[in-house]
Ligand binder design. Sequence first.
Ligand code: NI
Length: 337
Amino acid sequence: MLYPSKMVLQRGASERGEGVYTEYMTDAEQACNNAAESLSRDIYPSRMVLQRGASERGEEVYTEYMTDAEQACNNAAESLLRGIIDSHCHLDRLDLTPYGNSLDAALDAARNVGVSHFLCVSVDMNNCHSVLQIAHTYPDVSASVGLHPAEQDTIEPSLDDLLKLASDEVVIAIGETGLDYYHVQGDRTWQQERFRCHIRAARELGKPLIIHTREASEDTIRILKEEKAHEVGGVMHCFTETLSVAKQAMELGFYISFSGIITFKNATDLQSLVKHIPLDRMLIETDSPYLAPMPYRGKPNEPAYVKYVAEKIAELLELDYAIIAKATSDNFYRLFC
Ligand code: NI
């Protein structure tokens, strides 16, 4: 279900007018080739170091050590298999004009830069049907079911509605849900009830939650606790809160997802915060078509741009891109599969 396109052939024309194909290599493949090359270049590194020791029973035993180059090659090969994952996008809302109105072409643009999976997120009961349909069309797209906390004048799903819709095999999460006190003033009881209803659905189905929280972190954490959301966990999507909120969420088994915001020049708080989030708790996302990362800030966002988020995190943490790719993909599969 989750195989990335390993090599992309793009059709063009030669000078003589023949049809030719150009090979494009994904970043992960490049990293793998580099690692393989460093492994076999001129002097051969000791491929496997055996260290002699003794077992508890006094027998001689050998411990295997892997060389750095082999480790790098293995990491790159693994990330090649998995690529990077856009853990939050709204594929039914993308601006497809640059792609001749073809969603497949937009997804291909992302696959070409190594995006191996997409989690397409519902925001209301109308659009969730398109979301489910997209996930049924593409094997590398999964879906969520939920009603966004800021949506008003819309169909309010009952617990049963959510359970029914989310029992579809392509649905791997409930959301996005949460609290948004920025867009909704006045009485917010209905919003909190909606949030509780989503958490109950998630627990009943054993599927993780996708949480949107804006100017409401205290109540968000409180309700997550009251409704025992730790039983299913989930992700704090498009995270822009404080480290203290991140820590409270992680204590409840939640992951922290970074979007294009982390690439913005003025996002200095978030850029320092990421250094305090363990690698095994991070996810990356576009939230496309919103929040395009640098260098596309202000323009329509698309899933291919998730690589800029991974690149920025790699730069901030001074780690290889392949390490961020592997960690965030591992986290995605651990949480959602
Ligand atoms: Ni979203």
